[in-house]
Structure formats: structure tokens, C-alpha cells
Design a protein around this ligand. Structure first.
Ligand SMILES: [Zn+2]
Length: 284
């Protein structure tokens, strides 16, 4: 087992806060060399750092997950995010946070995910939406598993006649004539919405100018779908900012006219942001 000493841990935590939980390929290579370990050992050694980004005011159960993407060579951290005084079904699980982080930041083929606790059934189902679900390695404290081992007799996208998958990164060919940033338009085009067709994405800008993005990621079992507002708040949490401390300049939610289903859930989770600007809401 690889142990990261406190000095290196502090360095990695600082880097991760700057990059919203993304460890670039050169940082990954440098750490593998410095710690004299392999990629999967590094993923597992990073779990306590990933778990430091958890915000769990309800459970006090801090979960970390670390995803590796074969194409970018980067590692992406994730942690659970709970919302006070809101339905438990709205929380973001660490595995969702890590996969969302990878997806938002350009990953294309996740080959492994390390988690510091067994994934719940909801997360096994969320992972089953990945383009790499059939080959994914799941690294747990008690060994390595395939998703087929953890989710036998599965229900997945093909059961609903969906040939697409999360992480295929196909962009919808739509014109968006709205007064919103080009970055938000791009995230909107990359939302994964095979079941409702509601292209939806969110942007959060802090008073210091830092911007965060979230996209709607649907799931064949519906309930594990990740809303764009939860997605963007998870990205904010991965920069080390507590929701209650965020100094927010602007929050924008966009969805597709005639298919809208995200406004009320966005307003629900936003009650956890103190002093945030009102939600700017657009349909196109
Ligand atoms: Zn879970």
C-alpha cells in the first residue's frame, strides 16, 4: 500500500483545489515516479485527498473516488456532496462527482475508478451508463472488480433502445441564440440527454471571476441521473469551497424549450448557497 506523506499530500490538495480536482497527465507521471508505484496504486493512495473535498453535513460519511482516463492520461477526483434540508435523493455521490469531473473536463475513456468504500447500487447503475462500462476496473479496499461482477443481470441504455453512452462526447448540432457565455453553450451541446432530449447545462461564476460548469447527465434507470445544477455545485466543491462560503456573482441554468424539467430541482439545491445571486434562467 502506497502512503502519501503529509508534505506531498498538501501539494496535491493545493493543485487539486486550483484545477477543480483534475490531476493532469504530467502530474500523474511525476507522482508515479516520485512514489515508485503504479497507476492504480496511485489512484488508491489519492483517495484520502479526494475525500477531503466531501461536504457531508447529513451523514458525516466522507467518500472519495478517483477516475483515470486512458486518452487524456489525467486523474479526476470526486467526493460526495450533500444538501442540508433537501431530499436525500438530490445528493451527489462521490463516484458521480468523479465521473462528472472527468466528463466535464474532456475525458473520453475511463478505464478505472478507485473508491474508498463499496459503491452503492445507485452508483453501480450510474457507472453502467459509461461507454467503457464493459471494461471498467473498480478498485475497492478489498480488491478489484468489474462492473459485471458488481451489477449482474443489469438494466442499461440498450434496454431503452439507446445506442449512445455517457462519455461518447458527441455534441448536439443546435443554435443557441441566448445572451450566455460561449463556454456554457458548449457544455449545453455536450449534455447527455438520450431519454428526455432536454439539453441542459449550468454555469456558476464567483465574484473573483472563477467559472464552473455543469451538464445534465441522464441514466437509463432515471433516478441516478445527475442534474446540471448538482453537476456544477459538485465542480465548485472540488475547488475546496464550502457551499455556504461561496461568494457567487452569477448562476445560470439553460434548458431546451418544450422539454424543461430542471428549474425546480435547481432552485432546491441552490438554497444551500448563502447570499448567491438569483438564478438566471433561459430556455432556447
Ligand atoms: Zn453511491
Amino acid at each position: 500500500m502506497v502512503i502519501i506523506d503529509s508534505k506531498i499530500e498538501e501539494y496535491i490538495y493545493d493543485v487539486a483545489k486550483q484545477t477543480h480536482g483534475v490531476l493532469k497527465a504530467n502530474v500523474v507521471s511525476e507522482l508515479i515516479s516520485q512514489l515508485n508505484c503504479d497507476k492504480e496504486q496511485l489512484q488508491q493512495a489519492l483517495l484520502p485527498i479526494a475525500a477531503k473535498f466531501a461536504q457531508a453535513p447529513i451523514s458525516s460519511f466522507y467518500v472519495g473516488a478517483v477516475v483515470f482516463d486512458k486518452i487524456t492520461g489525467c486523474m479526476y477526483l470526486g467526493a460526495n456532496l450533500e444538501f442540508k434540508r433537501q431530499a436525500l435523493s438530490l445528493v451527489v455521490h462521490a463516484e458521480q462527482a468523479a465521473i462528472n469531473n472527468a466528463w466535464i473536463n474532456g475525458a473520453q475513456e475511463i478505464t478505472s475508478i478507485a473508491i474508498n468504500a463499496a459503491p452503492c447500487g445507485f452508483c453501480r447503475q450510474f457507472m453502467n451508463e459509461l461507454s467503457s462500462a464493459g471494461t471498467l476496473s473498480i478498485l475497492l479496499p478489498n480488491g478489484r472488480f468489474t462492473l459485471t461482477e458488481l451489477l449482474p443481470c443489469d438494466f442499461g441504455p440498450s434496454d431503452l433502445g439507446n445506442g449512445a453512452s455517457l462519455m461518447s462526447n458527441e455534441a448536439a448540432d443546435v443554435d443557441v441564440n441566448l445572451p450566455i457565455s460561449d463556454a456554457l453553450k458548449q457544455h449545453l451541446r455536450h449534455a447527455y440527454v438520450p431519454y428526455t432530449s432536454n439539453l441542459s447545462a449550468a454555469e456558476l461564476v464567483l465574484k473573483d471571476g472563477r467559472a464552473f460548469y455543469g451538464r445534465y447527465a441522464e441514466n437509463a434507470a432515471y433516478s441516478p441521473s445527475l442534474s446540471p445544477m448538482s453537476s456544477v455545485l459538485s465542480q465548485l466543491a472540488l475547488s475546496g469551497i464550502e457551499l455556504e462560503d461561496a461568494s457567487v456573482e452569477r448562476i445560470t441554468l439553460v434548458e431546451k424549450a418544450g422539454f424543461e424539467n430542471q428549474k425546480s430541482v435547481a432552485q432546491a439545491v441552490l438554497t444551500n448557497l448563502q447570499g448567491a445571486a438569483p438564478l438566471e434562467y433561459h430556455v432556447f
